[in-house]
Design a protein around this ligand. Structure first.
Ligand code: CO8
Length: 259
């Protein structure tokens, strides 16, 4: 299926979503955010899909940020509205999905682009990728979760340096910082994401969803991550997938969680 700003490809249990505005370096306008939301929502509801890979079209950019031309003339209330809307329907939505989203960062991941990658559960990058949160150079701050997620991923000191300098780091630095999990060549990037997806797909979809909720819980106001872990752990017992996983172990065979 192809929509105007994104390309959606289904391959077995993996859905690859490519942001396709190469002439704007895949900048996120409202329309693209909405299309991404629709695609991800339907992936989340589709039992056949176990992993989503998010990437950008062209060789230059994953996503070079929110579309600056769209918000350049905004009043404060409009900026706040767009930020809140984006948080809800895309960035927080991805983070809370039941299935892992892998961001395959194939070039510039700046501002909202890096925020999109950081909302994803796993990040891999090509060796030509460059990452940064340059918003203060435009007179604003990151508005799609960057101040929070970058700090969670790399710690307060490095996060503040990246935000305040508006500078970019390369893929090797991002690897060193823990901002991405793996770096490879541009040619191998999607294959690497697919390799990680294939490993995930061998495991219980129900348990993976529970693990996402437990890991996320500690970063949510008013939730205790340990309590959430206990709750989600208990909920796994008695599910058909738990029965299959434990039975397969005892029968010395590989568990089959998917048709
Ligand atoms: N928005 C809109 N258009 C963009 C963007 C963007 N973020 N980035 C690139 N483009 C466009 C350029 O305007 C240009 O279009 P045109 O050919 O029509 O002039 C085209 O893409 C190619 O870009 P360049 O010619 O600039 O390519 P270069 O190779 O010279 O430079 C860079 C590449 C360094 C990536 C450069 O394009 C750049 O600095 N882009 C902007 C990066 C940036 O500042 N990103 C942060 C945006 S702010 C943000 O993301 C806030 C998120 C929170 C929003 C909350 C809601 C309001």
């Amino acid at each position: 299926m192809s929509e105007s700003n994104i390309i959606i490809q289904e391959n077995g249990h993996v859905l690859t979503v490519t942001i396709n505005r190469p002439n704007q370096l895949n900048a996120l306008n409202r329309e693209t955010i909405l299309e991404l939301h629709e695609a991800l929502k339907s992936a989340n509801q589709d039992e056949n899909i176990g992993v989503v890979i998010l990437t950008g079209s062209g060789e230059k950019a994953f996503v070079a940020g929110a579309d600056i031309k769209e918000f350049a003339n905004f009043k404060p209330s409009e900026g706040q509205e767009l930020s809140a809307w984006g948080h809800e329907i895309l960035f927080n939505y991805i983070e809370a999905m039941d299935k892992p989203v892998i961001a395959a960062i194939n070039g510039f991941a700046l501002g909202g682009g890096l925020e999109l990658a950081m909302a994803s559960h796993i990040r891999v990058a090509s060796d030509n990728a460059r990452m940064g949160l340059p918003e203060v150079s435009l007179g604003v701050i990151p508005g799609y979760g960057g101040t929070q997620r970058l700090t969670q991923l790399v710690g307060k000191g490095k996060a503040f340096e990246m935000i305040a300098t508006a500078g970019m780091i390369n893929a090797d630095e991002a690897l060193q910082w823990g901002l991405v999990n793996h770096v490879t060549t541009p040619e191998e990037l999607i294959a690497l994401a697919e390799k990680i997806a294939a490993k995930i797909l061998k495991n219980s979809p129900n348990a993976i969803g529970a693990a996402i909720r437990a890991v996320n819980a500690n970063f949510k106001d008013g939730l205790n991550g340990y309590d959430k872990e206990i709750e989600e752990f208990g909920r796994c017992f008695g599910t058909p997938e738990f029965v299959e996983g434990t039975t397969a172990f005892m029968e010395k065979r590989k568990a089959e969680f998917r048709k």
